[in-house]
Each structure stands twice: as structure tokens, then as C-alpha cells.
Ligand binder design. Structure first.
Ligand code: NAP
Length: 290
């Protein structure tokens, strides 16, 4: 009989949490690696969040994932933060080191690993000299900017509907960043190394991309790699537009899968693989919920 005491337990908590696909991902890895462990969805309100974190140890959790709306609140509640969480300003993964609760943000790893998997040389020494353009300045954009800086990109342009937010993001991350007004997108250099959509535009049920962005994409050189972090639908209008222009595109599902791996390793002590089988499993689940 299995000793229940030795089973590693992890979770994802948020409010609402019903639609989270993290349990599907982690349960797949637990099964694939033949590990004794559990990963559950826990619905936690903002009022209960601090108490929930305080009782993790006594409830036998090795750690877990934190999602909306607790990602920023968690910064104040953990004992220590890694550099990514500090710079990004949000936590999505926590684990214990002894009695100390550590917080990290792994979205940037998810983003970079997704491109590593699909576009060899996306961050080579020629690419990092050319500008990367990030559309959006929300929470996810901060993770993307952190990833680009980690990989050595020397010029990162940020364009966002609310210009003030892109200025703030550029100030927070330093001189390699420049905020540009949306109206200036038509003058963007055509030799971008990367174009990244981090806005929620293009998500199922949301507004479609603007004519300015369509026009900009049609003027880009064929070397530009285009990625969207929105993954429902998998092929967003933004990616379709880039594909029509003949550009290489990468969808956002790989980011979701890869961001989960470092947490799994912390709790269950094995680094999992982001395989085609896992990707197919999540796509099938997405199709089921359409
Ligand atoms: P957020 O903090 O709410 O930011 C939303 C961003 O989208 C802001 O820049 C916002 O601009 C912009 N936006 C929203 N509606 C817009 C519109 N109608 N026109 C132009 N811009 C608009 O959200 P987030 O956490 O950054 O997430 C953004 C998207 O990324 C979501 O769809 C999320 O599901 C996805 N995401 C995917 C992954 C993954 O693993 N693939 C990870 C994280 C997030 P303003 O500042 O002007 O409001």
C-alpha cells in the first residue's frame, strides 16, 4: 500500500479556477513519469488567499501554481522571491525550501522555451541586434520583456493601447526598451527580429486586430518571426495575417506548456518533457470546451 504521507501534493489556486488546464498538464506528467503525486484545482477567493498560503505546509503541499487574481498579492506573502518574480512583479509558481515559501514567475521560461522548440536561432547574435516589437503592456508583456532581456535582445519596442502603461513598462525595465505610440506602428522598421502579440486581442470572443497592425505586418521583412501568446484559438487572426505575409509563426500553447515544467520539477523532483502527445491532449481538451 502507498504511504500517503510520502505522496507529493501540488495545486493551482485562483478565482475562478474551473477552466484551468494545469491539472491536465501535471497529471499527464505524473502518469508519464510514473510518480506518486497529486495536482489539484483549488478555488480560493482574495479574502482567503493569505490564510490559504499560511496553511499550505500543514496541509502537506510541496507547492503549487497561483493564477488570477492572486499573482500580485502573492508577492507580499511569500518568504523569498527570485529575480524573475521581482522584475515581472507577479508570481505564478511557489514551493518550499525547508520552511521558507519561495515565489517565482516562470512565464518567461515558457515563452523562451516555446521559441527554442520551434524556431532554431531565434535569439542568435544577429537576431538580438535587431529590434523586437512587443504589442501590449499588461502582466504577460512583463514576462516576455524579461525573457527577451535574458536572451540578450538589445532593442525592445513596446506599443500598447494605453500609451502610459507602455512608458511605465519601459521605465521599469531600462534603456533597452522604448515605448512607441500605436500611431507610430506604420513607421516601424521592417527588419524586426520578432513581433509578439501579448494583448488579449484575438482571444475567442474578443475584438479582432486593427488595420494598422495588419498594414504593419504586410510591410515586414520575411526574416521576422511572429508569435502570439494567446492560444485560444490556436491560430489567431494575428498569426493568420503573418502567415499570409509568408512569415514564420509560433502559437502560444507551447508557452503555457513550458511554463508549467519548472514548477513540476520543484514539487516532484523530475523535469518533464513538453511532448507532441501533451500538446495534442490539451488541444483535444480545448476543442471539447469550444
Ligand atoms: P492584462 O494584464 O489584462 O493585459 C491585457 C493587454 O491587452 C493590455 O496591454 C491591454 O491594453 C491589451 N488589450 C486588451 N484589450 C484590448 C483591445 N481591445 N485593444 C487593444 N489592446 C487591448 O492581461 P495579460 O495577463 O497580460 O494577458 C494577455 C493575454 O495573454 C491574455 O489573453 C492571456 O490569456 C494570454 N496569456 C497567455 C499565456 C500563455 O501561456 N500562452 C500566459 C499569460 C497570458 P491596455 O493596457 O490598453 O488595457
Amino acid at each position: 500500500m502507498t504511504d500517503k504521507q510520502n505522496i507529493q501534493k501540488a495545486f493551482v489556486c485562483g478565482w475562478p479556477i474551473k477552466h484551468s488546464r494545469s491539472p491536465l498538464i501535471h497529471s499527464h506528467w505524473l502518469k508519464e513519469l510514473e510518480l506518486e503525486g497529486s495536482y489539484e484545482k483549488i478555488s480560493v477567493t482574495s479574502e482567503d488567499f493569505a490564510q490559504f498560503l499560511n496553511s499550505l505546509k500543514e496541509n502537506g503541499f510541496a507547492g503549487g501554481n497561483i493564477t488570477i487574481p492572486h499573482k500580485e498579492h502573492a508577492l507580499e506573502l511569500v518568504d523569498d522571491l527570485d529575480d524573475a518574480a521581482k522584475k515581472i512583479g507577479a508570481i505564478n509558481t511557489i514551493w518550499f525550501e525547508g520552511d521558507r515559501l519561495i515565489g517565482s514567475n516562470t512565464d518567461w521560461i515558457g515563452f523562451a522555451s516555446n521559441l527554442d522548440q520551434y524556431v532554431q536561432g531565434w535569439d542568435n547574435k544577429e537576431k538580438i541586434k535587431k529590434p523586437a516589437l512587443v504589442l501590449g503592456a499588461g502582466g504577460a508583456a512583463r514576462g516576455i520583456v524579461y525573457a527577451l532581456l535574458q536572451r540578450g535582445f538589445q532593442k525592445i519596442l513596446i506599443a500598447n493601447r494605453t500609451y502610459e502603461k507602455s512608458i511605465k513598462l519601459a521605465e521599469d525595465f531600462g534603456p533597452k526598451l522604448k515605448a512607441i505610440p500605436m500611431g507610430d506602428l506604420e513607421n516601424i522598421p521592417s527588419d524586426l527580429s520578432l513581433l509578439i502579440n501579448t494583448t488579449s486581442l484575438g482571444m475567442s470572443g474578443h475584438q479582432s486586430i486593427s488595420p494598422t497592425i495588419v498594414e504593419m505586418i504586410s510591410n515586414l521583412g520575411l526574416e521576422t518571426i511572429v508569435t502570439d501568446i494567446v492560444y485560444i484559438p490556436l491560430k489567431t487572426e494575428f498569426l493568420k495575417c503573418a502567415e499570409d505575409r509568408g512569415l514564420s509563426v509560433v502559437d502560444g500553447l507551447g508557452m503555457l506548456l513550458h511554463q508549467a515544467a519548472p514548477g513540476f520539477e520543484k514539487w516532484f523532483k523530475k523535469f518533464p518533457t513538453v511532448s507532441q502527445e501533451l500538446r495534442n491532449l490539451v488541444i483535444a481538451d480545448m476543442e471539447k470546451s469550444e
